[in-house]
Design a protein around this ligand. Sequence first.
Ligand SMILES: [Zn+2]
Ligand SMILES: [Zn+2]
Length: 229
Amino acid sequence: MSEKNVTSINLYCANCGTKLGGAKDVCPSCGRVIGPEQYAAIPRTGAAGVGYSEITGHPTFDAYRKHTGKVQMILLPVIAVVVFVILLLIGAGAAVSLVSAALLLAIMFAIAAAKGRKKPDWQGTVEKKEFTRIKRQGADRYTYKVWFRGEDGKRRTHVWHQHSYVYDYLEEGDTVRFLGSLGTPNAFEKYDKSGDDVIPCVCCGNLADPRYTYCTACGAILLKGKTAQ
Ligand SMILES: [Zn+2]
Ligand SMILES: [Zn+2]
């Protein structure tokens, strides 16, 4: 079986997570060679081990968390103002008093607060995968959907539109956890990574070489389990 492709983006050092700032042969911070050559002595498949990682509070996740929260807090009040202006323009002028405008803003802020709240973490099993293709504006658009059965018995679904990396990575029957508190759509971690030749970055979703410590595309630390040695 051929190995799956890992991301070829090298913006961050795989060994220490330092931002490289341009094409480099070696990391200016730790001195390690950039690229998989530095790990040539370690087998790639299984390098991410077994078991859930204990470093889910790692500081490299903070930038992602703050960023996603901020976007929603700015966007929703903007939508509220636009809706208010539209109501005025379509002649609802008399009905739209200051009080109703204030109410509208309050509702939008409440929605923003609810959306910004952390989603819960959960564990479960992959039950089914399916992708659909639709043609829109002459281009093919794909939707990648995965069904899970939670440990609590609840059925959950997850959909990706932008990329299929995490969708491709998950297989039916896999035991996984979803770290909703990270606030990214890619925060899936398999319990048993011993057969994997790639692991996804829980922040950006790019597939990484399981021998790496950090994601070379976004600098976030990779979630790995324990290995035999
Ligand atoms: Zn380094
Ligand atoms: Zn990443």
